[in-house]
Design a protein around this ligand. Sequence first.
Ligand code: NDP
Ligand code: 8X3
Length: 254
Amino acid sequence: MRTVLITGASSGIGEACAEVLASELKYRLLLCARRLERLKELKKKIQSAHPSCEMFCFELDVRENNEIEKTWKNLPAEWRNIDVLINNAGLSQGLEPIQDGNIGDWDRMIDTNVKGLLYVTKHTIPLMKGSEAPHIINLGSIAGKEVYPNGNVYCATKHAVDALTKAMRIDLLERGIKVTSIDPGMVETEFSEIRFKGDRKRAKNVYRGLKPLSGKDIADIIAFVLSRPAHVNINDLLVMPTAQANGTAIIRNT
Ligand code: NDP
Ligand code: 8X3
């Protein structure tokens, strides 16, 4: 059994990872996010489908380093050995040209996507010491490979994730920790609703006339990445819907 810690497991890709990995019956799951109620519902759902799957859910804001430090120290003894960290928690806020950008939005994205990922990683690495197959998977994005109009700060945070993934791979080489970046294009989750601050119509319009990826599409790929033998690491995977060639070239049927 490998123990997997998933940040941002209350929705979208993180939630789908929990469901897919639970179905494989070879993982124990540590699930965290700010919305504990959502995690409890997810736990119930997974337990009814896979009663033997062990899970531990806790509330966490990845922006709060002190909270992470305290929570990690207080993890129950049976959850203190971690094999896999999926750094999934992240968000986008706004889609405006840089001259019209909102400073609060910028702070939230940088604090969550970059600093939060760093804090969680820093405190988790010591708990991977006893693992036979330690692995960190970072959720990057097509936005970490190129920049699209008005994507400015979100793209910058995902470029930072790309750089940090490469840096972790070098620095953690001597510890035998695999590091992988999964970089999706459009995935229909709560992502756009959060980016447009609850404007569901605008969020829906992002996926108009095409079939976007689903959280499960990405979770299946993560399960595949985790299933490779010890000597094989998938460094980086860019995964797009067929209707999306890059950050801007998208074909719609309406
Ligand atoms: P969702 O909005 O559906 O899920 C985001 C998750 O992140 C939620 O579980 C949320 O939980 C959690 N989260 C956000 N802020 C915090 C925080 N401060 N502390 C802890 N958890 C937090 O979006 P996705 O599933 O699509 O996004 C997951 C990752 O995938 C993100 O890193 C995103 O950038 C990346 N990605 C998404 C793509 C897409 O098109 N959807 C494409 C490429 C990459 P809660 O609110 O309960 O804290
Ligand atoms: C999310 C995908 O294209 O909205 O990272 O930036 S995109």
